[in-house]
Design a protein around this ligand. Structure first.
Ligand code: NAI
Length: 476
């Protein structure tokens, strides 16, 4: 533990132990944990609705739309084969969006209640450092000053804009707009085949939009296991999305009221017409307006707030977590870092295990994984066993009509320690925590294989894949 972390001392009325800037899953969770541990805390956000990108315009609203439109897709395409007849299922966009907004409202007001319950001062306004120990918060033309022993920067990230394709919020949009389109576009081109592109592409495709995804890398879901990503690509194509991988987007121009998108693919120049272009090529750390120079806080080469092992910036009492620092831009990673910082500040041993951070793409089927991909293991020269199991031979998956996908378990060839688990399948997000728990406790494929799994369930496929890694799957 770095010796410079100040120890919590008796709070004075005017001085906070911790001021958290940013009330997303990183910031608000840090504030709650710090308050639980007896620190005097304020949490500031420029938005009155606490919860950050995740709750307001990211994870939660996108899932509300994904879950609703998945039901629409099933009603249109699969209910009849299950013996359920419904006439003309179709989206009612107004109700769909209103339901999503209500879910966001419920959760963001829940965060405000949690601030109150934990006696955290909720402050709405734009925070700006005026010195290393003082910030100014401005809202509605009024400014207040706050001093604190420690500050936590948890200001998150913003969508990356392509230099030659500026966002206008109507024709050229980012994820904030994609969750709130006023009408169903006829044609959408999605630039970037990562989580946002595939999730929002799925939402609008299910509502009837002709969706084309352009991904510059040879596979979707950069950083994911390529076999799994290719499996997902096949399913999404079957669902009606057009997908070009290894495609080089070269520009877009407006012609006769529509947008013509140009790209190079397989050595040929191609075009695609769109009413809307969703740019989902990644996010960048958001530090605008913080005036970090006044605090003397340094950024790294990728404009992230530079931190050491304990989230400390170069200014010892200023910390940073979440999307604004190095690492995957995931809400659960930020949350865990928030808890760790609060615990370190309270003199405890906060820690995040970066080897066991699950990732999920919430398409249907979902793609979820934790640990290493096969490509990573090969690059690192680690010998491993592979066990796979297909959902089409899992009893529950058949009963549910959810037979797409498979599970892949990667275990160390000598020790059998689980190194990675990859699941493409319905409810993969709910199955990956089993793998994460086993990996957190340095468990083996044998441990999963010997754990009794309820029957009939989808997680039996995880057990069978673990058994397959030991060359003794029962049902394959
Ligand atoms: P991403 O980094 O996941 O994917 C962006 C994709 O765009 C990459 O595959 C990249 O190769 C591609 N790309 C970049 N420039 C391109 C270009 N000029 N032409 C074509 N393709 C290009 O970023 P995304 O999807 O925008 O998401 C942003 C962040 O938010 C990510 O860190 C992601 O993990 C996170 N997020 C996570 C979700 C989840 O956990 N389910 C959901 C939504 C976002």
């Amino acid at each position: 533990m770095p010796d410079a972390i100040p120890s919590p001392s008796a709070s004075s009325d005017s001085l906070y132990d911790l001021v958290v800037i940013g009330a997303g899953p990183g910031g608000y969770v840090a504030a709650i944990r710090a308050a639980q541990l007896g620190l005097k805390v304020a949490c500031i956000d420029k938005e009155g609705r606490f919860g950050g990108t995740c709750l307001r315009v990211g994870c939660i609203p996108s899932k509300a739309l994904l879950d609703a439109t998945e039901k629409l897709f099933l009603a249109k395409n699969h209910f009849a084969e299950m013996g359920i007849l419904v006439d003309n299922p179709r989206p009612d966009l107004k109700t769909l969006m209103a339901r999503k907004d209500k879910i966001v409202e419920t959760l963001t007001s829940g965060v405000s209640l949690l601030m109150k319950k934990n006696k955290i001062d909720k402050i709405v306004g734009m925070a700006k450092f005026v010195s290393p120990t003082e910030i100014e918060v401005s809202a509605d033309g009024k400014t207040q000053k706050l001093t604190a022993k420690n500050f936590l920067i948890a200001t998150g990230s913003a969508p990356v804009e392509l230099p030659f394709l500026k966002f206008d919020g109507k024709r050229v949009i980012h994820s904030d707009h994609a969750i709130a389109l006023p009408e169903i576009p006829q044609r959408m081109v999605v630039i970037g085949g990562g989580a946002i592109g595939l999730e929002m592409g799925s939402v609008w495709s299910r509502m009837g939009t002709k969706v084309t995804v352009l991904e510059m890398l040879p596979q979707l879901v950069a950083g994911g296991d390529s076999e799994m990503a290719n499996g997902l690509e096949k399913v999404l194509k079957k669902q009606g999305l057009t997908i070009y991988t290894a495609a080089k987007f070269t520009g877009a121009k407006e012609e006769k009221g529509a947008l013509t998108v140009s790209f190079d693919w397989e050595g040929k120049k191609q075009t695609e017409t769109a009413d809307v272009i969703l740019v989902s090529v990644g996010r960048r750390p958001y530090t605008e307006g913080l005036n970090l120079e006044a605090a003397g806080v340094k950024l790294d080469e990728r404009k992230r707030v530079a931190v050491g092992g304990h989230y400390q910036t170069n200014v010892p009492h200023i910390f940073a977590i979440g999307d604004v620092i190095v690492g995957p831009m995931l809400a659960h990673k930020a949350e865990d870092e928030g808890v760790a910082v609060a615990e370190l500040l309270a003199g405890k041993a906060g820690h995040v295990n970066y080897n066991v951070i699950p990732a999920v793409v919430y398409t249907a089927p979902e793609l979820a994984w934790v640990g290493k991909t096969e490509e990573q293991l090969q690059a690192e020269g680690i010998a491993y066993n592979v066990g796979k199991f297909n959902f089409r031979v899992n009893g529950r998956a058949l009963a549910m009509g959810e037979t797409e996908g498979f599970v892949k378990v990667l275990a160390h060839q000598k020790t059998d320690r689980v190194l990675g688990v990859h699941i493409l399948g319905a409810q993969a997000s709910s199955m990956i925590p089993e793998a994460a728990s086993v990996m957190e406790f340095a468990g083996s494929a044998e441990d999963i294989a010997r754990t009794c799994h309820a029957h009939p369930t989808l997680p039996e496929a995880v057990r069978e894949a673990a058994m397959a890694a030991l060359k003794r799957a029962i049902h394959a």
